[in-house]
Design a protein. Structure first.
Length: 100
């Protein structure tokens, strides 16, 4: 998505298929990655619906973890967790600051 944006392309995520938790995760990931929008096809009316972009931002510690600038030893205390809860996790548990 970042490369497509650098190339001047519009980036949208189609959240029509999949299970609700998967679609929800895809939508959140799209927002954080800087998508221009998220769309889905309404199951009854078959209309394309565009979801509004929410201003989501990763907390700084998690953003560093996602960029591989921090490890689970940095993230666990910040999230109030023990280190063994995060061992082996490749994608951080997403925690957002929502600015409205």
């Amino acid at each position: 998505m970042k490369r497509a944006r650098k190339e001047g392309r519009l980036t949208y995520v189609v959240a029509t298929g999949g299970y609700k938790p998967e679609s929800t995760f895809a939508v959140i990931a799209a927002y954080v990655a800087g998508a221009h929008g998220v769309v889905y096809v309404h199951e009854t009316f078959r209309d394309v619906v565009e979801l509004p972009i929410l201003p989501l931002q990763l907390e700084e510690t998690l953003a560093k973890f996602a960029r591989r600038e921090a490890d689970e030893h940095d993230v666990a205390p910040h999230q109030g967790m023990e280190i063994h809860h995060l061992k082996g996790i490749k994608v951080p548990a997403l925690c957002f600051n929502i600015s409205v």
